[in-house]
Design a protein around this ligand. Structure first.
Ligand code: SF4
Ligand code: SF4
Length: 68
């Protein structure tokens, strides 16, 4: 099953990965702030990931790793 790993400390909470995911797997965390003061992206519905890697391609800070 494909899954994503997000480097939450490097994430700047821009939401581009959330918008590009065709399966709505990702969401910005509401309860977590990273050391930069941003709400990082997280896999809110990891079971729906199809491994397309759009999120990893879209992230400007290369925070997302997709594995199959
Ligand atoms: S690999 Fe594709 S389906 Fe999985 S979280 Fe990224 S954009 Fe969404
Ligand atoms: S695109 Fe990258 S920096 Fe932006 S919210 Fe997603 S993981 Fe964070």
């Amino acid at each position: 099953m494909p899954f994503v790993t997000i480097s939450s400390e490097r994430c700047k909470g821009c939401g581009l990965c959330v918008d590009v995911c065709p399966k709505k797997v990702l969401a910005l965390s509401t309860g977590v702030l990273n050391q930069k003061g941003f709400h990082p992206a997280e896999a809110a519905r990891p079971q729906d990931c199809i491994g397309c890697a759009f999120c990893g391609l879209m992230c400007p800070d290369v925070c997302i790793k997709v594995e199959k």
